[in-house]
Design a protein around this ligand. Sequence first.
Ligand code: COA
Ligand code: AMP
Length: 642
Amino acid sequence: MADASFTGSDSGNAQDRAHARSLADPEGFWGEAAAAVDWIKPWQRVLDHSNAPSYRWFAGAELNTCWNAVDRHVAAGRGAQAAIIHDSPVTDSIRTITYAELQDQVARFAGALRGLGVDKGERVIIYMPMVPEAAIAMLACARLGAVHSVVFGGFSARELATRIDDAKPKVIVAGSCGIEPNRVVAYKPLLDDALAQASHQPERCVILQREQQPATLIAGRDLDWAALMADAAPVDCVPVAATDPLYILYTSGTTGQPKGVVRDNGGHAVALTWSMRNVYDVEPGEVFWSASDVGWVVGHSYIVYGPLLHGCTTILYEGKPVGTPDAGAFWRVIEQHKVSVLFTAPTAFRAIRRDDPQAQHLGRYDVSSLRALFLAGERCDPNTLEWAGEILGVPVVDHWWQTETGWAIAANCLGLEQLPIKPGSPTKPVPGYDIQVLGDEGEPVPPGTIGRIMIKLPLPPGCLPTLWGNDERFRASYLAAEPGFYLSGDAGYIDEDGYLFVMSRIDDIINVAGHRLSTGGMEAVLASHPDVAECAVIGVADQLKGELPLGLVVLKAGVNRTDADIGKELVAKVRNEIGPVAAFKSVLVVQRLPKTRSGKILRGTMKCIADGTEYRMPATIDDPAILEEIEQALTGAGYGAH
Ligand code: COA
Ligand code: AMP
């Protein structure tokens, strides 16, 4: 489906040509792409430069994202098509919701929210497991022009409280419980605990009661989802400005305070709609499955908005790649729902391979509907990519993106033209993104040389215009490093063929099973333990989860409790204050931490030792003997043997 109108370059492939044109004529390129979206009022300018380096797409235009994701498909005759299939091995149920049913439920839940005072611009926090009501609540907010903020269920009450205080929601929508393979997670007590910790209080909480663990409702504050829906009258879509916020999604930054990434309505609808055909090569009516969670950006963009904007059927999978019931779970879902394209994190395939290295389960299913597998969320090791390609016999596309961008920065755009796959590389820049690798002084580095991966401004539609309520932090975090560029926070290189390789973060963010976490946040939790004098958290390579956090702690003088006891308390503390998703399970008590002469802890060097990779003694090290002690401690604990 290469677009013949891409004429920006005489390069031999459609992705390069489209990319060149998107940079040479962004307004022409995205103005054309915007024709796939229904607008209530046209834009004055495709790209508003007037407040550079802050840019706004489709300024002056009005639309409604929910209309584009739901109502217009019903109007166009897709009412009877499945919009959402909830496939839930953990509750042993499958539920299909057609576009017509989705429209009805979203319009009624929007009516219910309006009845609770939620209007345009008002915030709603959604704290729900992988159930269709999570998507219904998101779309209902979009219908009203309200701003949703979904919080992942694996976060602690404290993390939820931080988000409540930042977003200041009028209403919180929550599930009574989530279901993990090994346990039922009661969400409602976590919500109550979060509200006890938060300064801001919502006026109402709407609770979806699940039979696995219904919650006790607090009279006067909590309302039952089902009762509310029974009385709710449907409401229409509210026109919003293209530049109005659709949602806030909090993501780990370099401090304990998460960043509230803002997504606008217009640019987001255009970018995601464009990506469905041009990046993922799917057609309306096909089944798209993103095996992630609605609490992450992948879930926002490719469980909910992208597939629905494009008129696809999306799968909301409440299960794991393994253990629900076995490593054939993904193949079962693909066969049963005739999935065309699957998107997940590499860690899911590592888990399947670990349990079923010969892919024997695959033989039990017909996965011939599958045309491509897309992987993102963490660096994809070439082994995993090659294995997935071998067993499935379809293109496996590693693509690179972030919560901030909301959609792929670099990919093999299958809908334009499939490029040769180089394992370890997310291929080339996606149209709209001017990726450059810069050295420490801001100079472009030659091919093959590692540097900071930056994106020249303006970012394309769909990317964050700012951080919620904090323009200054937005500019300081992303725009201040090099004038005219967005700092991705990743380091890597571009090879002689123009392929990008994303190698590591330049900050303290680690990726655990595709989940983005801040080691700084974990350090703050450890440091608040009364026995801890000093600490460092590093991400150590892990065969399944990519990275796992390891805490190195120095105890205060005079502490005479056992290391094991303190270790257990620290593990429990991180689980309690950040959440089980941090997968923080390892603590090593050490005598001293290695530092530079200026007092900076040498986390990178300790990581190299723990990973068993080569490192150079830092020239600025204060006392090399401490590093030797650490090496002994790590080796003694079984690290560094890879
Ligand atoms: N609510 C409550 N707890 C949750 C949760 C949720 N929504 N999601 C995860 N958790 C808990 C898990 O139960 C686990 O707790 P435990 O320490 O008691 O076992 C912990 O958080 C870590 O969860 P997870 O990262 O899912 O690890 P896992 O060991 O349960 O499973 C994989 C490992 C690889 C199977 C799993 O990470 C996976 O399926 N990944 C797929 C990729 C993905 O979803 N990526 C997201 C971005 S694309
Ligand atoms: P998140 O915001 O949770 O999506 O995490 C974004 C970060 O995950 C990126 O900045 C990268 O560090 C990492 N990441 C995501 N996709 C890839 C990929 N395909 N290759 C390498 N790193 C990736």
